[in-house]
Design a protein around this ligand. Structure first.
Ligand SMILES: Nc1ncnc2c1ncn2[C@@H]1O[C@H](COP(=O)(O)OP(=O)(O)OC[C@H]2O[C@@H]([n+]3cccc(C(=O)O)c3)[C@H](O)[C@@H]2O)[C@@H](O)[C@H]1O
Ligand SMILES: Nc1ncnc2c1ncn2[C@@H]1O[C@H](COP(=O)(O)OP(=O)(O)OP(=O)(O)O)[C@@H](O)[C@H]1O
Ligand SMILES: NC(=O)CC[C@H](N)C(=O)O
Length: 552
């Protein structure tokens, strides 16, 4: 009689360092798999520790603790299916990124990651030794090869495993979202099944860790590359994959095929998940932010409301003499539509006190950006006071265009613990606001309908730090700025490339200069949700002091 084999895959959200909690999640998935008659329950890469551990994994006590939790999990899961889970392995003076097979109460086998990613946000060569390519795990009915994440982006590991008998490939991943990443993953995995003629399970985790968000989207391919199953993005899911033995080897039965939403929705969801996980995993349940009546803080307030609910979001209007009537009205309208609390804290009296204190030293000097920045810093002082008093994390609101050119006040509006829109260019801020105004999904805790009035989106952006100030007094229009930034940052293009593309050379040189001289601001800035493969922090590491300029 033809045999069948069931693998339960657990697309779950670990918390970095919460070893016992992650083990409990793995155990709960194992119970589901056991109840469903699975032969194996599989979890993603480094699930016991959470991913990415960065240098924490260089601490021997952490690795020993992770190993102890894996062994305890093996004992808990003795009576039922095998359990496969990622974790670190310290062996003969070397550290590996490993995938453990637990069976009959013990560690039955270990695969060691061979290809260590060492680009973008990954530094695995700094942390781990490249392992030898292992042969397959012999399970009850099948032989299973387990290339770990990056291993499956190359031909050799899967090929060697299949040559040594693997009949099914199971790829555990810690693969964070970046724009169009699913196409890249799919391209690599289709190549592996076509080259090797065996089915493949691609298993990713979900959830936010610092700036990165693991987007799930686990899937199953049959030989030839046909999709047999697709799980949703961002949701936790435990699914059963059934394989039938045929004359041509194992074939996965067709199952759920989730259709993933368009990029604008995925990225909005990502910013929501990133913020919620950052707060909850760090032990916060509430936030505070300055709501200016402008579009950036309106979007951040909306993301926060969708992530943790209006009752946990405090908005604060901190007007000065330059705050326009429409800003007051717009801040009020946004908070009302979202259902958030809005407090008003005028900064005039504090500003007068600072001006008076500094007057003897500034005597005879004309006002300049110093006085503008004092206002911004006083807002930071007030907002951090509220944060301290009420235990609400301060959100900062600079979009990627501003962060790129340093258009923000250090220790002023840059004050804050997390920036949900740090990797979202201003032109995308506008598009995202329009999209959210027209769209509501079950996972949004905020209200249906337009939370951001048209005027908030359509008015010319202004910092309102002096009379009649507009962003375009200091910067090119955002459509132009964002295109140039896209070339200089995402594309690493030269100044000559930008001129060739039709941009004015003086404008490009000015933007280049602003990017380089604001490196110190980004170094001191809050982390934020990573959307692209060129987000500020780990993807792009530039020197702070740098006198090179591109004279092309
Ligand atoms: N390489 C370096 N390494 C370390 N520190 C460095 C530095 N270069 C300057 N600095 C320090 O940084 C200071 C200059 O930076 P900073 O004080 O931020 O001042 P700055 O960048 O000159 O001014 C802030 C700009 O952001 C604009 N803006 C836009 C949007 C919103 C807001 C807002 O506040 O709401 C502001 C504002 O209109 C103004 O043009 C220097 O005085 C110096 O202390
Ligand atoms: N009057 C204000 N009341 C409350 N917060 C303010 C006020 N002005 C500025 N802020 C805070 O400082 C941030 C930067 O402000 P600013 O208005 O200068 O720049 P922006 O990038 O155009 O942001 P926004 O689009 O939110 O106005 C705002 O997003 C907000 O969090
Ligand atoms: N965990 C990993 O090996 C990450 C690198 C991997 N290729 C990715 O999906 O981004």
């Amino acid at each position: 009689m033809a045999r069948t084999y069931r693998v339960t895959i657990a697309q779950l959200n670990p918390t970095l360092g919460a070893l016992a909690g992650n083990a409990d999640k793995a155990h709960a998935a194992w119970l589901q798999g056991r109840a469903a008659g699975a032969g194996l329950v599989a979890l993603p890469e480094m699930f016991i520790t959470g991913y990415q551990t960065q240098d924490l994994v260089l601490k021997p006590a952490f690795v020993e603790d992770a190993r102890a939790h894996i062994e305890a999990l093996a004992a808990r899961c003795a009576d039922g299916p095998a359990l496969a889970i990622g974790g670190p392995l310290y062996e003969a003076g070397r550290l590996y990124n490993a995938y453990y097979m637990l069976r009959d109460g013990a560690v039955a086998g270990i695969a060691r990651k061979h290809h260590l990613p060492n680009y973008a946000v990954f530094d695995e060569e700094r942390l781990y030794t490249s392992g030898p390519v292992s042969g397959p795990f012999g399970m009850d009915a099948v032989r299973l090869g387990t290339p770990v994440c990056e291993d499956s982006w190359y031909e050799d590991v899967a090929e060697t495993m299949v040559e040594s008998g693997a009949e099914i490939l199971l790829v555990p991943n810690g693969s964070p979202y970046a724009r169009n990443k699913l196409d890249r993953r799919m391209g690599h995995m289709v190549s592996r099944v076509i080259e090797n003629g065996v089915p493949l399970i691609y298993l990713n985790m979900v959830g936010g860790q610092d700036d990165q968000v693991f987007d799930g989207g686990s899937f199953v391919l049959n030989p030839g590359g046909k999709l047999a199953m697709m799980l949703p993005v961002f949701d936790e899911a435990v699914a059963h994959v059934d394989f039938d033995e045929t004359n041509h080897g194992w074939v996965a039965r067709e199952g759920e095929k989730a259709v993933h939403p368009p990029v604008i929705e995925q990225e909005y969801r990502l910013m929501v998940e990133a913020l919620r996980d950052y707060l909850h995993k760090a032990g916060f349940s509430k936030v505070v932010l300055g709501l200016s009546g402008g579009v950036d803080s309106a979007l951040v307030a909306t993301i926060a409301t969708d992530a943790i609910g209006a009752e946990n979001v405090r908005c604060v209007m901190l007007p000065s003499e330059y705050t326009s009537e429409h800003s007051l009205e717009d801040a009020e309208a946004v908070a009302r539509k979202l259902g958030c609390r809005l407090d008003t804290v005028p900064i005039g009296p504090a500003r007068a006190a600072v001006t008076e204190s500094l007057a003897p030293i500034f005597n005879g000097m004309a006002p300049d950006v110093t006085e503008e920045n004092i206002q911004s810093r006083l807002r930071g002082v007030m907002l951090m006071a509220l944060s301290n008093k009420f235990g609400e994390m301060l959100l900062t609101t600079g979009n990627k265009s501003e962060v790129a050119v340093g258009y923000a006040t250090i220790y002023g509006d840059m004050a804050g613990g997390y920036n949900p829109i740090k990797d979202l260019y201003k032109t995308r801020v506008f598009a995202t606001c329009r999209w959210r105004n027209e769209t509501h999904r079950d996972w949004m805790l905020g209200p249906k309908g337009a939370a951001m009035p048209d005027r908030v989106i359509d008015k010319p952006p202004s910092a309102e730090l002096r009379a009649d100030q507009k962003d375009e007094d200091s910067l090119p229009p955002y459509e132009v700025l964002d295109d140039i930034l896209g070339m200089l940052i995402e594309g690493e293009s030269s100044v000559a490339d930008c001129v060739e593309a039709g941009f004015d050379r003086d404008t490009v040189k000015k933007i280049e200069q602003l990017i380089y001289i604001s490196e110190y601001k980004r170094f001191q800035s809050a982390p934020g949700a990573r959307l692209t493969s060129r987000a500020f922090w780990l993807d792009r590491r530039y020197p702070i002091v740098n006198r090179w300029r591109d004279n092309s």
